[in-house]
Design a protein around this ligand. Structure first.
Ligand code: ZN
Length: 308
């Protein structure tokens, strides 16, 4: 069992997309694009989770770093999985794409055919070449030893077919154990390098309302019922109550405020909390925010609370 230096976690970007998709009315012009991006991000995450089983077959000495995002010379670059051994670095780009993957070596175009429809996809070969160059630059900029870097694209969907023109770098999940056999299992990699990589990770944290040009007032406000998911709860004395299923909760606003933080950032005022939670009383808002023991700053109406 290899050593996980940086584990895979659900990305903030995915949580943000989920929140946005839930709170944006279906009729909003940006809704289809957001739903597409959400489906793609989710598929990517599931694809990464699905190779877990095969990673057990890597040598016990290998180091695994999942979802690394590092600053390159011009912009950030992202690696789905980096496997470090004593003698090599192995970049694994993970693709969860259903259908038949075609590749034209002459034009460098990659397409996928699914249910009779062919569409162009981003060329994964270009992608791993860029990652290779960026990682190599990163290593030399930080004075790390220049180990040979290998690159592989893993297609995780069990129904995916790779056509015979696909480059040698394209593989399917079940071929991973075979690839791991080329590793040197006996020597231990440099912990220093793995640690520096993990510590240099810069998570993607962007404002999706700006990205999709969505006015904050277009979003549904209120506290969702944890039971029936799509219904908003009403504030009654000391409780949230769902008018639909009668579920009650004392803490349902925690989830809502977490969603607020994902959409608007981690500071909130009493007024903003009232607006977002759909409550009228200033006192109730203060009680709810205080009960969460949030760090705060300022006095009276200028008070700002810091959401975690
Ligand atoms: Zn309910």
């Amino acid at each position: 069992m290899p050593i996980t230096i940086k584990p895979r976690t659900k990305s903030t970007e995915l949580s943000k997309l989920e929140t946005l998709a839930r709170r944006l009315p279906a009729r909003h012009p940006s809704a289809p694009r957001i739903n597409d991006d959400l489906a793609q991000t989710r598929a990517g995450y599931h694809g990464e989770q699905s190779i877990e089983y095969y990673l057990h077959t890597a040598p016990a000495s290998a180091h695994l770093l999942h979802d690394l995002r590092l600053k390159g010379p011009h912009n950030y670059f992202q690696l789905d999985l980096l496997i470090i051994t004593a003698s090599t670095l192995h970049i694994i780009e993970i693709k969860n794409i259903a259908g038949t993957i075609h590749y034209d070596p002459r034009t460098g175009q990659a397409t996928r055919t699914l249910a009779g429809q062919t569409e162009r996809i981003r060329n994964p070969l270009h992608q791993i070449k860029r990652q290779h160059a960026a990682l190599s630059h990163w290593l030399s900029a930080r004075a790390h030893p220049q180990l040979p870097i290998h690159t592989t694209v893993i297609f995780t969907n069990p129904d995916t077919i790779l056509d015979t023109n696909c480059p040698a770098e394209f593989h399917q999940s079940e071929q991973l154990p075979e690839l791991f056999q080329h590793y040197d299992p006996d020597t231990v990699p440099h912990t220093e390098l793995s640690r520096d990589l993990a510590q240099s990770h810069k998570p993607l944290n962007r404002n999706l309302l700006e990205k999709y040009k969505i006015d904050r007032h277009a979003l549904t406000r209120g506290v969702y019922c944890a039971h029936c998911e799509s219904r908003l709860m009403q504030r009654q004395r000391y409780l949230w109550r769902c008018p639909s299923c009668a579920h009650t909760s004392r803490t349902a606003h925690h989830t809502a405020l977490n969603e607020y933080a994902l959409l608007f950032g981690n500071t909130i005022t009493n007024k903003q909390a009232r607006e977002f939670l759909n409550i009228r009383s200033r006192t109730t808002a203060r009680t709810l925010l205080r009960s969460m023991r949030l760090v705060h700053n300022g006095k009276q109406s200028n008070r700002v609370y810091y959401l975690k």
